[in-house]
Design a protein around this ligand. Sequence first.
Ligand code: IFM
Length: 480
Amino acid sequence: MTATDPRPHTTTRRFPTGFLWGAATAAYQIEGAAAEDGRTPSIWDTFSRTPGKVFEGHTGDVAVDHYHRFRDDVRMMADLGLSAYRFSVAWPRVQPTGRGPAVQKGLDFYRRLVDELLGAGIEPVVTLYHWDLPQELEAAGGWPERSTAERFGAYAALVGEALGDRVTRWTTLNEPWCTAFLGYGSGVHAPGRTDPVAALRAAHHLNLAHGLAAQALHSARPGRARLSISLNLHEIRPLTSSAEDREAARRIDAVGNRIFLGPLLDGAYPDDLLADTASLTDWRFVRDGDTATIRQPLDSLGINYYTPTVVSAVAEGADRPQDDGHGASDHSPWPGGEDIAFHRAPGERTAMGWAVDPNGLYDLLTRVSARYPGLPLLITENGAAFEDEIGADGTVHDPDRIAYVHGHLAATHRAIADGADVRGYFLWSLMDNFEWAYGYAKRFGAVHVDYESLARTPKSSARWYARVARSNALVDPAEG
Ligand code: IFM
């Protein structure tokens, strides 16, 4: 039992039959082979080469060399007892300029990976976009431009046609909030632009890209594609119960969550979001018919959760704490909420400085499922970075990560018992990898990677998670 779980547990906590036990990765974070077989630079290749943008100038050139080691990596997944693996396709590997026909060698890599997974009894869950926009499309304007959404629809059709005979579960986009608001608002992610209007335009074109990709996947494989999108929904808490802090929470909820949930699931942008951002834009980039295109039937909603977001209004003349956990910048990633303060949630923290708060996951799952009944949920990312070290005996003992995952699985179990239809859990991440602006300085993996030799060593959390996956039940952390 974890400190945050109020109920006594005398019986084994089992998960529903068929619950997916997975791990997740993303192409730029693990593949390497950045210039092989026709792949061209993405915005992250460019950004990581821009001085001062990524910790110690780290890049994804080699990453953890998954491109060459995928067979061993799939064997490792099988040893972990995974029933599913969520990975992303690198757009610049498959369609280097973001236009025109596919590069067969790029598609072949993913075909081989999928075959290997299926052969090992692991279900592939394919994300079409995890942040690696072809640089040429950024040069043409990037996500703030409508044409990028149209290009994405065409790219989705290519991948759907190539892999749709083997893959049924698709995620169109990973965390479009990060793409739009960290990439074009605060600039801490590629392409590093700092323009709030560009960020709002990007958010809309990402929504549109999702809709166009969903249509393309359904046309490529009628009746076969099961569609999802992974949102890093912010579990927002007002610092106090004052009306001002609750109003701050509403505004951040609008530009952090409902900017995606609204058009995706309700068919419209929320009125309060449009009002909050009216001094920045009149939203005329949303054309007639766009919201209908965006609102495609979803087979599940992917939720990525790590930590809650605590906000408050700022009294005149007072300091404005800005630690929203998304990296330091002089530019806010919250258009219309630039005057809102962000606070560190109390309690224990991970190596990212993020508070460990499984109740946030429980609250998020139960709230989303109450708001959208009948929509199955998948936890497509959850996990933690800690300062892992290889011990003298060659093992990595990571009890903090086991406790973190145990707490969040207990919260998930509780949410399911209280009615949330959660169908699976994907640990972030399978193995240590390139953590964006933090380079290789933050380790999220259940499997340790030595960045010199690229040797993989399962941590104790990997062995513990394998027992959870195999038993389809919560295993005591002491058994890790
Ligand atoms: O590593 C990232 C991942 O790419 C997207 N979600 C959050 C993870 C941890 O920061």
